[in-house]
Design a protein around this ligand. Structure first.
Ligand code: FAD
Length: 323
């Protein structure tokens, strides 16, 4: 039976994030021939309509208020709620990103919608949607299905491949005016200051090079940065490295940091504590570099190199430069 699907597109710096396209792929599968509507917020929303339609949206609702150019909980909550009320979807998808994690439970609670978060897969079985999500900090996965009612699901980035772009597609476009009264917005973003090192987005990166306490200092991250530049990778870290002051907490991967699912994860000088594994063990290929052959990181690694990271990482950089 066809379903009415809504995708709330995750936008950063005026660009669609990959996870928005991944949500459209999940939405197309879940719709079973029904309509997939994408909603996009902010004054640059109209410029994103074409890409949304190429990647699976049949209909796009643009909410063009400039108050939605930067994420704030109150503004996005009001706009998201309004779009849900208008579309009356059976299923809603958005990214399991900082924004999706913040606004989704609020909307689900207010509209009395069932919610499943951090999904790594969505499949159809006997006309039912089955959602897969990690439990026990990623040690196991559970499959969930809903008996009835509207479902709101957040999708973990990098798990469901986006559809191939079909440039012949064009969506029906509608603008929706949402009145956001100034006194209903408790926060106002005046400026967003990003760190200069913010290159590849860690949560969507295809390759992540991570450093642990084994890098020994802030300067110890330099060889990792060089390898990352050659591979077009993002640099991450364990909490051990963050706590030691070697890097910013924005790089932390794990239970209390970011969750990443890259194609390749290279762990350098990381012991492999359960809390770190919770953030990276779903990576497709894991390479561990550690001096200690007994380090637990080797139990999840596809390839292990027992050695000093300060010798191994520069050698890898040299080899990849030649490739
Ligand atoms: P260590 O455990 O000290 O390991 C350093 C490793 O480097 C060792 O295995 C050593 O053999 C190796 N090494 C040293 N020198 C070299 C060298 N020259 N070359 C190669 N290898 C070398 N941790 C996270 O990462 N993310 C989280 O989100 C997180 N959340 C937590 C939440 C809670 C509630 C708690 C209690 C802990 C959390 N932790 C988290 C901390 C976690 O338990 C570990 O303490 C932390 O991951 C250890 O970091 P590490 O592996 O870098 O350091």
């Amino acid at each position: 039976m066809s379903k009415n699907v809504l995708v709330l597109a995750d936008v950063r710096d005026g660009e669609l994030r990959n996870v928005a396209l991944e949500c459209l792929a999940a939405g197309t599968k879940a719709a079973e021939g029904g309509v997939v509507t994408a909603a996009v917020f902010g004054s640059q929303g109209k410029q994103l309509v074409e890409k949304l339609s190429h990647f699976g949206a049949d209909q796009v609702i643009v909410v063009p208020n400039p108050q939605l150019d930067q994420y704030t909980t109150d503004a996005y909550f009001q706009a998201f709620k309004k779009v849900v009320e208008k579309v009356n979807p059976d299923i809603i998808f958005t990214g399991h990103t900082a924004f999706g994690r913040d606004v989704s439970p609020r909307v689900a609670a207010r509209l009395d919608i069932g919610m499943v978060s951090d999904c790594t897969d969505v499949e159809l079985a006997d006309g039912r949607l089955i959602f897969t999500r990690p439990i026990y900090a990623g040690k196991a996965f559970v499959k969930k299905a809903f008996k009835e009612g509207t479902i709101l699901a957040t999708l973990r980035p990098n798990n469901i491949p986006a559809l191939e772009a079909d440039t012949s597609r064009s969506a029906v476009v509608e603008e929706l005016e949402v009145e956001l009264a100034a006194d209903s917005l408790r926060t106002l973003v005046k400026d967003v200051v990003r760190k200069a090192s913010d290159g590849v987005d860690l949560s969507e990166a295809r390759i992540v090079i991570s450093g642990g306490r084994g890098v020994k200092s802030e300067e110890g991250f330099q060889p990792l940065q060089e390898l990352a530049e050659v591979l077009g990778a993002a640099v991450g870290a364990s909490r051990g490295a963050c706590d030691a002051g070697y890097c910013d907490y924005g790089l932390q991967i794990g239970q209390t940091g970011k969750v990443v699912t890259p194609d390749l994860y290279i762990a350098c000088g990381i012991s492999g504590a359960i809390q770190h594994l919770a953030g990276m063990s779903n990576s497709k290929v894991i390479v561990a570099i550690n001096k200690d052959p007994e380090a637990s990181i080797f139990s999840v690694a596809d390839y292990g190199i027992v050695g000093d990271l300060f010798e191994v990482v520069p050698l890898l950089t040299e080899e990849f430069k030649k490739a």
